[in-house]
Write a protein that binds this ligand. Sequence first.
Ligand code: KG4
Ligand code: ZN
Length: 348
Amino acid sequence: MNLNEKKDIRILAFESSCDETSTSVVKNGSEIESLVVATQIKSHARFGGVVPEVASRHHIEVITQITREALAEAGCTWQDIDAIAVTYGPGLVGALLIGINAAKAASMATGIPLIAVDHIMGHISAGQLADTIAYPALALQVSGGHTEIVLLKDPTHFEIVGDTRDDAAGEAYDKIGRVLGVNYPAGKTIDQWAHQGKDTFNFPRAMIDEDNYDFSFSGLKSAFINTCHHADQLGQKLDKYDLAASFQAAVVDVLAAKTIRAIKQYQPKTFIMGGGVAANLGLRERMEEEIKNLAQPPKVVLPPLKLCGDNAAMIGAAAYNLYKEGKFAGLDLDADPSLELPYAADYQ
Ligand code: KG4
Ligand code: ZN
């Protein structure tokens, strides 16, 4: 080997914070060599949401098998792995502990160093798997538990500049989905229906004109549910496609308005979207369109749809940045279910 040749860094990553158990081998923080996702969606759908105890049991059942699969698919043995990464929060404590203990056991048995990754940093770092990121960057992080505008000063320093005051966007999708009889998680189906309907209900766009980057979706959710219940009482049948289109228009209007204002203030070099709701086609189209029209548009990085939801490749991507800075975890690593990114100093 040429001694000047840079050694590739391979990270084996674990993700088990909610209802997907996932393992992945990621090369140099940007190239997916393998990705295995064992989803539990069917087990939770009949309960209308994730049942924590059921989630933990499923994680235990598959984690050993999918660790072997991720290594085999990447054509690797443990000798090829430079670090073992794992999500340590936020998430369901029992679910997180399965991934953490698998990662710690592997690290202890092999001597390979351990890296602890924040799940939200992971979602945003999924952008790295799609394209190169120039810093500072700004991210819109939209998932089942989070709706945040995040400023990335560099690959490992992320700060919240906007946050939801109540429900997360994905949570609102799932709650109104229930009213429409759509199984959990409802976002994808509502998105498809929205493309077949029109915004006729004019639902509220909460906080859209407020001078901050925060969001609120619980008023929209209540307005939606009241509209449906009221129609039920009158024996009227509302068009589900128009309902979906009206709900999505309200969500997308607020997300786009606030994010564009944040882009104008912080002037990032790259704009990234992350989280399950970043797979929303209406939101993706709208953000690309609005950013294109800016005087100084940042580069737009939208991870492919399969990397928006929970997966271990995004954890491997984030872990690479920590690896380069020598930020390793000890074998005393514990789950932090309510882990949060820090708020920016100017967050109001
Ligand atoms: O990031 P994720 O997989 O898990 C969390 O960390 O929360 O996000 C799951 C959320 C669910 O609420 C789901 O309904 C939503 O993402 N979601 C969508 C779409 N696909 C998934 N929401 C809107 N449009 C979509 N296409
Ligand atoms: Zn997630």
